[in-house]
Write a protein that binds this ligand. Sequence first.
Ligand code: HEM
Length: 428
Amino acid sequence: MSINRRRFLTQAGLSAITATTAGSRLLDGGNAPAAAGNDRDPLGTDGPLDLETLADPAARLAPVPFHGPWQAGILTRPQPAACFASFDVFAGNRAELVDLLRSLTGVARFLTGGGTPENLGPTAPPSDSGTLGPIVPADGLTVTVSVGSTLFDGRYGLASRKPRHLKTMPSFPNDNLDPAQTGGDLLLQICAGSADTAIHALREIARQTSGVMQIRWRLDGFVAPARPSGVPRNHLAFKDGIANPNVNDPVVGNHLLWVTNGIGEPDWAVGGSYHVCRIIKMFIEFWDRVSLTEQQQMIGRYRDSGAPLDGQLESDIPDFRADPHGAVIPLNAHIRLANPRTSETDPSRIFRRGYNYDRGVDLNGNLDMGLIFNAFQQNLKRQFEATQRRLIGEPMVDYVSPVGGGYFFALPGVQTTQDWYARGLLED
Ligand code: HEM
């Protein structure tokens, strides 16, 4: 107890010593029994119930339709919270794998729509963990299921149905891939309006599929609020997600995002998309020692506004042709290498839907935070790999390093209430 507090208590007690029981309780440090009624020792009295929380429980996002030609969670505007979980599948044979995908569909369909979980009575374990309360809110939940190349090995007789470009993610220069957080048979990208909704979904899915699939690695992410407006920022403080192809235009979507007929992919894969998820650690401590000018030249945009270095607004399009020698936007700036904006490189554009992550402290005592680089594309080789190759050796590589993730293929959409994830792949 501090001296001041002791003096206060002593004085308070002295002034009341002969008058009240409460006074004597204060003097003896509160050890005397509490008097009945309102004469409670203020130190032992509860404060008012603090019902005002910062997170507004009513601010739940509207449900995102589960059924459609492609899965939700790709075109869906990034929800604030995400959980990326990669699973190894232990189904004993193809029939068990079918059961697994059917169960997964059932859970995801229920959770994304929201509702009251089945009441199994007081003697059984509850059908739902209950962490979202007795009625599960939809809260903008999406569960996007992608398959890894290992699912197409000998176990389930699927080798001949593998999407053409799907393979194990190679290690690029500057990568430092940790096998414990790389690869997996199935990747679930679970996104929602709040972290508890995403975590609840992961927990229900893991429980209801336990024994047949097992989490291999998992990483939670978030999209920050706009600071102060526009596109949210990543941990390097730059607005991230400004420039993306207009994939809602069907012509663009059918050339850059979705697998379509007639491009040499298996029929079942139409409506799917190659999904690249890379856990990219940032060396924040080093980044924070770099001058603002150098930071901006590495990215090619102004940190505060997000505008390209030759523009005023984040929505301005950089004009590289007017700056052929890189006098304004250096030739090796991230945005210039990632998207040179030429007719030759336009077909390599990717659709990014990234999340920030923050998972405490690494083994060296540095902040363990970075970017869950998350991109969808029609053709892994023509798009992600071409873009990644252009970025090899860019100045930013001194401040970031990919440590995990993998190549996956986002399954086509679940079209009806009778349909299920991967039906086209697994049914003969
Ligand atoms: C930690 C690693 C990375 C960070 C911090 C980062 C950061 C950024 C930032 C700040 C922008 C500019 C704003 C925007 O248009 O969104 C950007 C754009 C972009 N980044 Fe990255 N990025 C990273 C990794 C990657 C990787 C691995 C790729 C692909 C292989 C990539 C591809 C792109 C593309 C295509 C653009 C849009 C360029 C344009 O169209 O103008 N980025 N990135």
